[in-house]
Design a binder for this molecule. Structure first.
Ligand SMILES: NC(=O)C1=CN([C@@H]2O[C@H](COP(=O)(O)OP(=O)(O)OC[C@H]3O[C@@H](n4cnc5c(N)ncnc54)[C@H](O)[C@@H]3O)[C@@H](O)[C@H]2O)C=CC1
Ligand SMILES: O=C(O)C(=O)COP(=O)(O)O
Length: 386
């Protein structure tokens, strides 16, 4: 099995694989799997041999999900595996956004002369900045990262408002009871002194921090973006910065236009850049790839349903099909016509596509599975023989 690496992946992840079965390169033309971090895959022509892509991280906006589904490629991410790394950086950014630490540090570096300690004491008053305790923080998106940020900020005595109309049961259980439930974005924009965004980037969330939203914010508001550049309307942010409305903007996604302002702190997309998080993500991604390639099991897919079943028969047929009527009956009839008795079967849909596992002890040939793949509505069929 060939795994193509589109980014540097932590060694601990690569070590999960049995080296007698897997090889790794950045240069393969034909390959079975991709491991990737933030490299953009939108313009990559995927070979027919590609079966899955594992994003060692959370955001999948660098991957063409529709194209992957159409081509029968399962896309995984690693939920929560880098959340602590992002939370710690966001807490640092909350403090950096008020206390003028970055500016002060730069100033100290610029000092010259024999005894800079005198200049430090004389000049420090220009770097006074407020504490976060007692201030209101709005958290947009209460997933793996947002919940951790909300809880950590509450522990630092901030008054926290959380907004997430799609919050998972797990996240809701984990959230400290003293986090206020904001029922709309307006509440976050109007009430909060600090606002941080933690939603995935997609069509529905593009510019979730919009010109309209920024206009509702308090003067001197501090905004943090450690999720994706396109979630904040950059043009509106630049205008608000020019108008002096924004106290500071700390972003992991700096642009030229933003960096002309002294009160913008640009971080070079460091949210997940810790050894711990890189390792967690790589190990989780490696396990997802191996379980899919070797067993046909799907865990943490963003475009297909999850399915984990222990193989009980010699032959397992894995199928990705369009989520339309008669797909299962058409496959089972085709197998029945070849005298193949289905011992176990599971099928689950997710939006436009579905995943089906069929198991049998009757002999199944690669040719038959190839013919299944040619049937209308089936985008991928694969045989696993144990
Ligand atoms: N700066 C960095 O290095 C990193 C950035 N990220 C970014 O952070 C994002 C979030 O990561 P996780 O918390 O791990 O993902 P997650 O999937 O656990 O959480 C996302 C949350 O956003 C919520 N959401 C979706 N649409 C929403 C909307 N319209 N309004 C409010 N909430 C909405 C979902 O219900 C979910 O609870 C990622 O998609 C990625 O873009 C993630 C990791 C590292
Ligand atoms: O996990 C994410 O969504 C991230 O943004 C982290 O990106 P990276 O893996 O550090 O390039």
């Amino acid at each position: 099995m060939k795994v193509k690496l589109f980014n540097k992946i932590a060694e601990a992840g690569i070590q999960q694989f049995d080296e007698t079965k897997y090889s790794f390169s950045e240069d393969f033309d034909d390959y079975d799997a991709i491991m990737v971090r933030s490299a953009k895959l939108h313009d990559v022509a995927f070979p027919a041999s590609l079966k899955c892509i594992a994003r060692a991280g959370a955001g999948v906006n660098n991957i063409p999900l529709d194209k992957c589904s159409e081509q029968g490629i399962v896309v995984f991410n690693t939920p929560g595996a880098n959340a602590n790394a992002v939370k710690e950086l966001v807490i640092a950014a909350l403090i950096l956004s008020g206390r003028k630490i970055a500016q002060g540090v730069n100033w100290v570096k610029s000092l010259e002369g024999e005894d800079i300690s005198k200049a430090v004491e004389k000049g420090k008053s220009q770097f006074v900045g407020p504490e976060i305790a007692g201030k209101k923080l709005g958290v947009i998106g209460l997933g793996a990262i947002g919940v951790q940020v909300a809880n950590a900020a509450a522990a630092m005595d901030m008054e926290v408002y959380g907004y997430d109309p799609y919050i998972s049961v797990q996240a809701a259980w984990t959230l400290k009871s003293r986090i206020h439930h904001a029922k709309d974005l307006k509440t976050i924009f109007e009430e909060c002194d600090y606002i941080t965004v933690h939603v995935p980037y997609m069509e529905a969330t593009k510019n979730i921090v919009s010109a309209e939203g920024i206009a509702m914010m308090k003067d001197g508001v501090r905004v943090l973006n450690f999720a994706r550049g396109g979630l904040v309307d950059d043009e509106a942010m630049v205008k608000a910065l020019q108008a002096g409305k924004i106290g500071s903007y700390v972003t992991d996604f700096p642009t030229n236009a933003l960096m002309q302002f002294d009160n913008v702190i640009g971080v070079p997309h460091l949210g997940a850049s810790t050894p711990e998080s890189e390792e967690n993500c790589a190990v989780m991604a490696a396990k997802e790839i191996m379980d899919y390639l070797e067993n046909g099991n799907i865990t943490h897919s963003v475009n297909l349903p999850d399915m984990q079943i222990t193989q009980e028969t010699k032959y397992r047929i894995c199928i990705i099909n369009k989520n339309i009527p008669d797909m299962i009956s058409s496959v089972s009839t085709a197998l029945g016509n070849h005298g193949i008795n289905i011992e176990n079967m599971a099928s689950k849909g997710k939006k436009d596509y579905a995943y089906t596992i069929l198991e049998t002890n009757d002999e199944v040939s690669e040719e038959l599975v190839q013919r299944l793949q040619e049937r209308e509505g089936i985008v991928m069929a694969r045989l696993i023989v144990k």
